[in-house]
Design a protein around this ligand. Structure first.
Ligand code: DQA
Length: 146
């Protein structure tokens, strides 16, 4: 399987961005851990981050052949019908991940344009959420084929 990790806006600042909420790990640390896990699971992995909604949408279009995605849409979670439609339009199965528990935070973070389309949603587990999402997708896709 070839799987993808997609990170939305401001996640490039991880490590220094509101560490009380998002922790001290950098995005490079998180991606490195995911690459090690992918190697263990014997799956291919492509990671991408952008602050631009258009670039995220174009990336999804260009990677429509991926078997699955782990996506943290970050602030676009709460605003982007366009990124939601890109995922629906390419029909890539995805797990939605948030580092923080968005339901313990401001009310405007409680709604996601992605959750009703997601295979599953993980929030509040920090970077472990990405690894759990990747492990789950690997299992889910393997079982679907057998
Ligand atoms: C986030 C939660 C969002 O509300 C926020 O805009 C982010 C990160 C998270 O990972 O906890 O940028 O998706």
């Amino acid at each position: 399987h070839q799987l993808g990790i997609l990170h939305g806006p401001n996640l490039n600042l991880l490590g220094t961005r509101e560490p009380g909420i998002y922790g001290h790990e950098t995005l490079a640390d998180i991606n490195h851990g995911l690459e090690l896990l992918a190697r263990d699971l014997d799956i291919g992995l492509t990671c991408f981050q952008s602050n631009s909604e258009a670039d995220l949408i174009n990336w999804v279009h260009q990677h429509r052949s991926l078997s699955g995605l782990v996506i943290n849409p970050a602030a676009y979670t709460h605003t982007s019908v366009a990124l939601r439609d890109a995922l629906a339009g390419t029909a890539i199965p995805f797990v939605e991940v948030h580092l923080s528990n968005i339901h313990r935070r401001e009310p405007f973070r409680h709604h996601s344009y992605f959750s009703d389309q997601a295979v599953g949603v993980i929030c509040g587990l920090g970077s472990e959420g990405y690894r759990a999402g990747l492990r789950f997708l690997h299992q889910h896709l393997t079982h679907k084929q057998t």
